[in-house]
Design a protein around this ligand. Structure first.
Ligand SMILES: Nc1ncnc2c1ncn2[C@@H]1O[C@H](COP(=O)(O)OP(=O)(O)OP(=O)(O)O)[C@@H](O)[C@H]1O
Ligand SMILES: [Mg+2]
Length: 663
């Protein structure tokens, strides 16, 4: 694949800061990977001094794979290719002392921090909790402290939330834990305040490359600037039309800020798209033209007109899911060379995946889901992870409570309450209290004994965990707490078995990771929380259809894309329409369309069940915004039926063929 002139120019430009500004599929990410190779091979940068930052773990992994073809394995290993969060985590582990944390602090996911907030706020509804969490997160991403938040509070609610924010931070610190936002906020504050540490990191990471720069939030942007320092050695790439994380505080104005902050910023635009057929591109361009423009961009493709884009009206969600499954089967069987992984099904919200999963399962089509209800959110998985968390950081009270009570081991609520009281009065963690003779003397004899047994076990596990292979250690731990029996005993029907299978899945995954990366279980445990952030656990390498939210699909590409639920209220999302965030929804549509290489299909339901009631749905306004000559509308009252006779007839035989293949 030859590089075009602008790409080459972007790769070889080293005279100062550079922004590559271009539409979807124009090779921005490719510029980053090629530039890394150029920096190492031609410009003499040691690989360990180069940091490339991407948006998701999946994107980081893909980037590493692409670079593997360009540099030696040894060089690749030294490069820093990661997300903002994992870079922040690395910095924080190294500088933990400076911010009052010990090296093995815990990382709390949204569920964990939600629980803390719940305790602080008291018994308010889910919605209030979500709003509190969101508000605090936005303050954190804007680098505002609780005091600053209180100063700037505009109403009573915000004042209250600023106080909640303050005690939330105190609680996190007491647990020696950070949340996702802190992973970036704390290193940023540290670099701002400490010139020596700032200098150290600037010297360590001499060249910075940032993908998807339009989605950096204030805090990420600040961290990026602090790492860059005065000499301005960086390449940022981005597309303002693909900014889709405003709800997390992302600000595409940062692209413009770059120009202000670095007056000598060179801007290179890429205009040729190497991903999609002309029709797909034309639709994308036309839809996004309804948005105000930050930067003028053109995008064209040499790949011929391509397939017409079909818009299918389906009766309801079940029909929609069946239609997509059938079409995938049909396409797969008509073109035996294509793989299942060439297909992606994209949706606006995770709840839409349910019907699809059923349809794919009953059609026996293997699928992979990312960004969905995370594997790591399952209760049985969290139970096991709680043990690993305690071994890493015994002061992590929520993990300590979870581990000590699951499975039950004679330590009940009253024991924990007494321990808790003592811990609070003496400013200790529960784990510390459990070792304190004063605290132990308040407990009943039996409870005291049970607690001491547990504490001895923890000490033993801690020393085993550090020296045994990760998979082996986890097996032994599960055995010693009799976790399988616990699941089978306490769950009804088959659910215990299913849960145990999930635990075994975790065990295999940890064993593999341990072998592959040469890490023990404690080291693996330190990064698990991060994996839940934007996408799920890496799944085994099987050929399977990809299912994900539109947000998770950023940066990826697939020959066949199905974009489902294109209805008013679903996509664009009802809340966004009400809150006037239509532009962002439109950018999300632009992202969705431009994931497709050859073939794009949009579906919408005529009826949908909401809160138990059938509701009639209107097709998404974005469909009206598309050039009508490039789309074919099927299944509406006044148009052709969805399934042509040929397709309908062959469905059964395609399924039979698939089954044969599987055997
Ligand atoms: N010069 C080129 N010749 C042929 N193919 C190319 C060229 N540059 C990039 N590509 C291919 O085009 C596709 C899109 O590239 P890439 O993913 O880098 O685009 P992008 O601008 O990062 O897209 P997005 O905005 O969606 O993240 C990839 O398959 C890539 O390999
Ligand atoms: Mg990209």
């Amino acid at each position: 694949m030859l590089l075009n002139r602008q790409q080459k120019q972007a790769i070889e430009y080293l005279d100062g800061p550079l922004l590559v500004l271009a539409g979807a599929g124009s090779g921005k990410t490719r510029v980053i990977t090629e530039k890394i190779a150029y920096l190492v091979n031609k410009a003499g940068y040691p690989p360990q001094q180069i940091a490339a930052i991407t948006f998701t773990n999946k994107a980081a992994k893909e980037m590493q794979e692409r670079i593997a073809g360009l540099l030696s394995a040894q060089q690749c290993k030294l490069l820093n290719v990661s997300t903002f969060h994992s870079l922040g985590m690395r910095m924080l582990r190294e500088e933990a002392n400076e911010v009052g944390l010990k090296k093995k602090f815990s990382i709390f996911d949204a569920g964990d921090s939600g629980k803390i907030l719940h305790e602080i706020i008291g018994s308010s509804g889910k919605d209030a909790l979500f709003r509190a969490q969101q508000r605090i997160s936005l303050w954190k991403n804007a680098l505002l402290s609780p005091e600053q938040a209180l100063d700037g509070a505009e109403n009573e609610w915000e004042k209250q939330m600023a106080l909640v924010y303050a005690s939330y931070q105190d609680t996190l610190l007491a647990y020696q834990a950070v949340d996702f936002d802190d992973l970036i906020r704390l290193p940023t504050l540290l670099l701002q305040q400490n010139a020596e540490i700032r200098y150290k990191w600037q010297m360590r990471l001499r060249y910075l490359l940032v993908d998807e720069c339009q989605d950096t939030n204030e805090c990420q942007y600040a961290l990026m600037k602090l790492l860059i320092g005065a000499d301005g050695k960086f390449t940022a790439v981005g597309d303002d039309d693909q900014s889709i994380y405003a709800w997390r505080g992302a600000n595409m104005e940062n692209l413009r800020l770059l120009q202000q902050d670095y007056p000598n910023l060179e801007v290179i635009k890429l205009e040729q798209n190497y991903r999609s057929s002309a029709r797909i591109l034309r639709i994308a361009n036309q839809v996004i033209s309804h948005n105000p423009k930050l930067f003028e961009k053109k995008l064209w493709s040499e790949y011929g007109l391509g397939d017409v884009v079909q818009v299918l009206a389906c009766k309801n969600e079940e029909h929609e899911a069946d239609t997509v499954a059938n079409r995938i089967l049909f396409a797969k069987n008509s073109h035996p060379k294509i793989k299942l992984s060439d297909f992606a099904i994209l949706y606006r919200g995770n709840h839409q995946a349910k019907w699809l999963e059923e349809a794919l399962r009953s059609a026996r089509i293997p699928y992979k889901m990312s960004g969905g209800q995370s594997f790591f959110d399952r209760a049985e998985i969290k139970d096991v992870l709680a043990y690993i968390r305690v071994l890493n950081n015994p002061d992590d009270d929520p993990a300590f409570i979870r581990a000590i009570t699951t499975p039950k081991r004679g330590i009940g609520e009253s024991t924990l309450n007494r321990l808790n009281e003592f811990a609070r009065d003496h400013n200790l963690s529960l784990y510390q209290a459990a070792q304190d003779t004063g605290a132990l003397s308040t407990l009943a004899t039996k409870a005291k004994q049970d607690l001491q047994v547990f504490m001895l076990q923890v000490a033993q596990w801690q020393s085993d965990a550090a020296c045994k292979p990760a998979g082996e250690f986890l097996n032994a731990l599960l055995d010693s707490i009799k976790f399988e029996a616990h699941l089978l005993l306490h769950e009804e029907g088959k659910s215990g078995e299913i849960k145990w299978r999930n635990v075994m899945d975790l065990q295999r995954w940890i064993a593999n990771k341990g072998e592959k990366d040469g890490k023990n279980i404690l080291e693996i445990g330190q990064t698990i929380a991060l994996i839940t952030l934007l996408e799920g656990k890496e799944q085994e390498e099987v050929d399977a259809v990809n299912m994900m939210t539109l947000h998770a699909s950023k940066g990826l590409e697939f020959p066949y894309v199905y974009l489902i639920g294109c209805e008013e209220g679903v996509f664009p999302h009802g809340d966004s329409v009400e809150e006037g965030n239509l532009d962002e929804e439109r950018r999300l549509m632009y992202v969705g369309i431009t994931r497709a290489k050859q073939n794009l299909t949009l579906t919408h339901c005529v009826k949908r069940k909401k809160m138990g009631q059938w509701q009639f749905m209107t097709p998404s306004r974005f469909i009206d915004e598309m050039p009508q000559e490039d789309i074919e509308i099927l299944g509406r009252k006044d148009s052709a039926p969805i399934v042509s006779k040929a397709e309908g007839k062959s469905r059964l035989s395609s399924m039979m063929d698939m089954l044969k293949d599987k055997k």
